[in-house]
Design a protein. Structure first.
Length: 439
């Protein structure tokens, strides 16, 4: 019975997120099929509802942040979604104003035009709003019922020689890879704070395995117009991500970080299995499944995650995406900064190399900007590579960078930018090989 509690939910997670299914439009994963169905069902009302969500976020956040009523003071309740800093409140209010301008086509053209705000509202935010409803409730079947423990424990023997990490990091890395990037970062920093990892080990995990979730990778693929090649794209992401994970710990700046534990920790050795590896992995997986949250907790967590995305992420996407696209489409800034990357793109034989270069650079600001800038590129090969890069570059300041800078880990903005450039140089050629060989 304990084994079934591990096997059945994990199989469901695999079926939803990792198994390909033939559809009328090509091959798709279960999450993509659900998203397409819900999007078609809602039709034109979807964009109106997204604007309503952003406006509700601004209004309720203003009350929660400025008036501080009793319901807003809970650290883990609905109040935590809306009670925020005054800076983020200003962002949410600005997002509401921008969303209304775009919806009603009232305002400066550089905000409301189809190649700036129109792209963000019509093509990006509507997809995010739907896909994460399903992902928030279904992703735990992939991550919370023992599958990550089973895979990670089986992989422990290769982690030290390949990635210069202790065996216990296999479970953390697997959970980080398949979960959301922010969840992976939380896991890693908590393990560091508790004395499980050194500063170097924690940064190696955070900057190599905390990629965006499978769900977000699907959003990226669809937005870039290569959704029918999602499994190929995710295969390229895995191959290039593993290559980076092997190389990055051996070169600066990560190789120069100290093998020093947090002040309250002195390191904890890996537990020695008292049985065969397969049997030990199964024991850990079944124990994790037994300890997994029940249906009420899963429902609460899914709802909280959905609210975080709707009322927290969507306003940020509206502001950052719209104004970044305005700079990209209406100024030459990104073109100037990306000149050194044009020869790199040409070396990889990417069509429209001059257009691809800015998309390869702008991911440092936000992980979705590369596919936004590259959406209009005709070449499917180039759009495929840009979509891969937006996932594998990993270091983007809107989330990963901001979180790490606030943590206790010794990392600077310069460190993050160097890691971003190195990951670009390592992962993009691998993705280009996949594109040239299989598209």
């Amino acid at each position: 019975m304990r084994t079934l509690r591990f096997v059945l939910p994990s199989l469901l997670g695999v079926a939803i997120f990792l198994v390909p299914y033939p559809t009328a439009d090509g091959v798709n994963i279960g999450l993509g099929i659900l998203t397409d169905w819900a999007t078609a069902l809602m039709g034109d009302s979807l964009r109106v509802n997204v604007v309503r969500i952003v406006c509700i976020s601004a209004a309720v956040s203003a009350v929660a942040t400025l008036a501080r009523p009793a319901w807003s003071r809970s650290a883990d309740g609905i109040g935590a979604v809306f009670a925020t800093s005054r800076t983020l409140l200003a962002v949410r209010v600005l997002a509401a104003a921008v969303a209304c301008m775009i919806l009603f086509e009232a305002g400066p053209e550089w905000i409301t035009s189809v190649d700036t705000g129109g792209v963000i509202l019509n093509d990006l935010m509507t997809v995010i709003a739907i896909v994460f409803v399903f992902a928030s409730f279904l992703l735990p079947f992939l991550t919370d019922f023992g599958l990550m423990e089973f895979i990670g424990t089986m992989a422990r023997r290769v982690f030290r020689p390949l990635f210069r990490l202790p065996g216990r990091a296999a479970v953390d890395a697997a959970a980080s890879w398949f979960g959301s990037s922010i969840v992976g970062l939380v896991i890693t920093t908590q393990q560091f704070d508790r004395g499980h990892y050194t500063e170097r080990e924690a940064l190696v995990i955070a900057l190599n395995f905390s990629i965006v979730s499978v769900a977000f990778a699907k959003v990226v693929a669809d937005f870039a117009g290569v959704g029918e090649h999602f499994l190929l794209l995710y295969g390229a992401v895995i191959a290039s991500g593993l290559a980076a994970a092997v190389i990055m710990p051996r070169v600066p700046p990560l190789s120069r970080k100290a093998d020093r534990f947090a002040a309250n920790g002195s390191g904890r050795p890996d537990p020695t299995p008292d049985r065969g590896l397969l049997s030990h992995s199964l024991v850990l997986a079944t124990q994790r499944a037994v300890d997994a949250p029940g249906p009420p907790a899963l429902a609460r967590n899914g709802l909280r995650t959905t609210f975080d995305v709707w009322f927290g992420l969507l306003p940020l996407v509206m502001v950052i995406g719209t104004f970044s696209l305005a700079v990209a489409n209406h100024t030459p800034v990104f073109t100037w900064l990306s000149y050194p990357l044009v020869p790199f793109a040409q070396l990889l034989q990417l069509p429209d190399a001059a257009a691809a270069a800015p998309a390869l650079l702008v991911g440092f600001a936000d992980q979705f900007l590369p596919v936004i800038l590259g959406q209009s590129i005709e070449s499917e090969v180039t759009r495929f590579v840009i979509a891969c890069a937006s996932v594998t570059q990993l270091v983007y300041m809107s989330e990963v960078g901001a979180y790490l800078l606030k943590s206790k880990l010794p990392v600077s903005v310069l460190d993050l930018f160097v890691v971003f450039l190195l990951r670009t140089v390592i992962t993009v050629p691998v993705c280009a090989v996949f594109a040239h060989l299989f598209l």
